[in-house]
Write a protein that binds this ligand. Structure first.
Ligand code: KG4
Ligand code: ZN
Length: 382
């Protein structure tokens, strides 16, 4: 039994949460920086660090207050070590280290990707579902990552094995870049999600991403042996760019960008008012191609590794069509599929506090000199 204060600052959300024993969320506070980065069409690392510095103390105080906890009453702190933006991670880590030292409480370092997987476990435990069959196959799909992991519980803690990842852009990055290319602003995923329903998804055909045959098997004798299910999304982004050029859409895009920039919080009607049919069809077709690729590869990986349960998590897991298609295809294959609720799909600190709980039980605490690791991998046992 433990009350853990989680802190997350790996990208553009400053987040803090209190979670009880990895299964009950007492508070979950997220300060979004979207407004700060919007004018630049993407996350600006220096601005992200500065915003984290500004937000971290109020966010932590609010998380404690909403949970009815105090600095003294919590049992441990947990913080994201990586992967993410080094400067952004350092803000959370420095803050958590100082607080843990001052309070003389243990500090647990958590991998952000592990956090996304535990977002699903946390909510399933909260719902009382203790019947999950392991290993599960987890698709972590966000702005920075597209990874497939086999995950299972062992005596000493959780064990993860990567069986696929993106060779270039992450899926969320492709959503964001295509939205930017079409003058729809940042972040692109939620806008494309809303607009796709208004277009014809069969209007534009995108060739499926090609991974060379010889690359489809992992290296023998390494963690990555066995069949691989890698992804590649830079090609589809270029295909959208070529479509835009071939169809002379540049001027309309420019006008759309200016019209939307004038609005502080555009709603669906505002987007629809500045998108013609051709653009809506392109958006719907792009989303369909992305979703089909993610679903097909994940289901094929589940079949290949004889897994019965899927987790789909990370920012892109908020996508409506992705959820529907996963449900449909998983049902046909006799697979169970679980998603986090939408607030727990995108970055948050409840998932960090939940992932820390098994480490708290195992007394696996961070050394005093641990630091941010921008490229931290989630492999094997930690
Ligand atoms: O997990 P997350 O909050 O941050 C990272 O760890 O990257 O994911 C953010 C990403 C962004 O690329 C955003 O465009 C995408 O998730 N996203 C979506 C949706 N909501 C967020 N992509 C597709 N459909 C959505 N509804
Ligand atoms: Zn994330």
């Amino acid at each position: 039994m433990a009350y853990i204060l989680g802190i997350e600052s790996s990208c553009d959300e400053t987040a803090a949460a209190v979670v009880h024993s990895g299964e009950q969320i007492l508070s979950n506070v997220v300060a979004s920086q979207i407004a700060t980065h919007k004018p630049y069409g993407g996350v600006v690392p220096e601005l992200a660090s500065r915003e984290h510095l500004r937000n971290i103390l109020p966010v932590v105080r609010t998380a404690l207050a909403e949970a009815g906890q105090t600095y003294q009453s919590i049992d441990a702190l947990a913080v994201t070590q990586g992967p993410g933006l080094a400067g952004a991670l350092l803000v959370g880590i420095s803050f958590a280290k100082a607080l843990a030292f001052a309070l003389d409480k243990p500090l647990i370092a958590v991998n952000h990707l592990e956090g996304h997987i535990h977002a699903v476990l946390l909510e399933q435990r909260q719902k009382g579902n203790r019947e999950l069959r392991f290993p599960v196959l987890a698709l972590v799909v966000s702005g920075g990552h597209t990874h497939l992991y086999l995950a299972e519980r062992r005596e000493e803690g959780w064990c993860y094995r990567n069986i696929g990842h993106t060779r270039d852009d992450a899926a969320g990055e492709a959503f964001d870049k295509v939205a930017k290319l079409l003058g729809l602003g940042y972040p692109g995923g939620p806008v494309i999600d809303k607009l796709a329903a208004h277009g014809d998804a069969s209007a534009v055909k995108f060739p499926p991403s090609q991974i060379k045959h010889r690359d489809r098997r992992g290296k023998k004798g390494t963690e990555e042996s066995g069949p691989r299910f890698d992804f590649s999304y830079s090609g589809i982004k270029t295909a959208v760019l070529r479509y835009v050029e071939r169809h002379g859409m540049a001027q309309d895009i420019q006008a759309r960008r200016r019209a939307l920039e004038r609005l502080s919080k555009p709603v669906l009607e505002d987007y629809l008012a500045v998108c013609d049919r051709e653009t809506l069809n392109l958006i719907a077709s792009f989303q369909r191609a992305m979703v089909e690729d993610l679903v097909t590869k994940t289901v094929a990986a589940a079949r290949s590794y004889e897994v019965a349960t899927l987790f789909v998590t990370g920012g892109v897991a908020a996508n409506g069509e992705l959820r529907r298609n996963f449900q449909k295809d998983a049902a046909m294959e006799g697979l169970l599929v679980f998603f986090p609720s939408r607030p727990l799909s995108t970055d948050n600190a409840a998932m960090i506090a939940a992932a820390a709980f098994p480490r708290w039980v195992a007394r696996d605490f961070a050394a005093a000199d641990f630091s941010a690791e921008a490229g931290l991998a989630l492999t094997g046992m930690r």
